[in-house]
Design a protein around this ligand. Structure first.
Ligand code: DX5
Ligand code: ZN
Length: 216
């Protein structure tokens, strides 16, 4: 069964409490929270303060996706805000290994995200150190974009790398996930489906989450 992580980027920020309640009552496993700085990506969203509010409104696992430069400066702030999983972009980290250790030393699970152009092989030397690999299936920055088909090859390659070594890293897919393409994404070897628009813009978000959850 897929791990489902609704992305709050597509939520209604005027009624976050309502959206948290919907997610709490749903079969969602994680809440996916997108932090953007207007430098690593051409968009700005929210930071630790909003995450702190959401954390207090949900018992679900807080999966924080940092799309920011110099993430090491804020790792402690996101721990304090309640992140369970903290994901940094490989492209934003000169000292990726150090950043992973920093995240884990604070008791969070460490994730590494890859932009669409970054090969999964770039993670070879740290794969055994990380809990989650987030493969971006759109260029990061905005919700509601179209899934990049080559992502399916990346998932399959990464899944082979993980299985061959018997590692525990989970593969998370983020961007353009729909009810239509989710079965192929899971078949290719992914464990976690992030879904923003597909969940929050649907008529019945709880049911959409249930349908994503059913995919095996
Ligand atoms: C985009 C974010 C995604 C975004 C996905 O940069 O990382 O998490 O919310 O949104 P959808 O599912 O609408 O593509
Ligand atoms: Zn994301």
């Amino acid at each position: 069964m897929a791990i489902v992580a609704p992305s709050f980027l597509s939520a209604n920020f005027l009624s976050l409490e309502t959206d948290c309640k919907m997610v709490n009552e749903s079969q969602a496993d994680w809440v996916h929270l997108d932090v953007m700085d207007g430098r690593f990506v051409p968009n700005i969203t929210f930071g630790p303060m909003i995450i702190d509010f959401i954390r207090k409104a949900t018992p679900k696992i807080c999966d924080v996706h940092l799309m920011i430069v110099e993430p090491e400066k804020y790792v402690e702030d996101f721990k304090k805000a309640g992140a369970d999983i903290l994901t940094v972009h490989l492209e934003a980290c000169t000292h990726l290994h150090r950043n992973i250790e920093q995240i884990k030393s604070l008791g969070m699970q460490a994730g590494v995200a890859l932009n669409p152009h970054t090969p999964v092989e770039a993670l070879k030397e740290v794969l055994h150190d990380i809990d989650v690999v987030l493969i971006m299936s759109v260029n990061p920055g905005f919700g509601g974009q179209k899934f990049i088909p080559n992502t399916l090859n990346k998932i399959a390659t990464l899944r082979r790398m993980i299985d061959e070594k018997g590692l525990a890293a989970k593969i998370e897919i983020d961007g353009g996930v729909t009810l239509q393409n989710a079965p192929d994404i899971i078949k290719a070897g992914a464990h976690v489906l992030v879904a923003g628009n597909t969940v929050f813009k649907s008529k019945d978000p709880k049911d959409t989450i249930a349908q994503l959850k059913k995919i095996v």
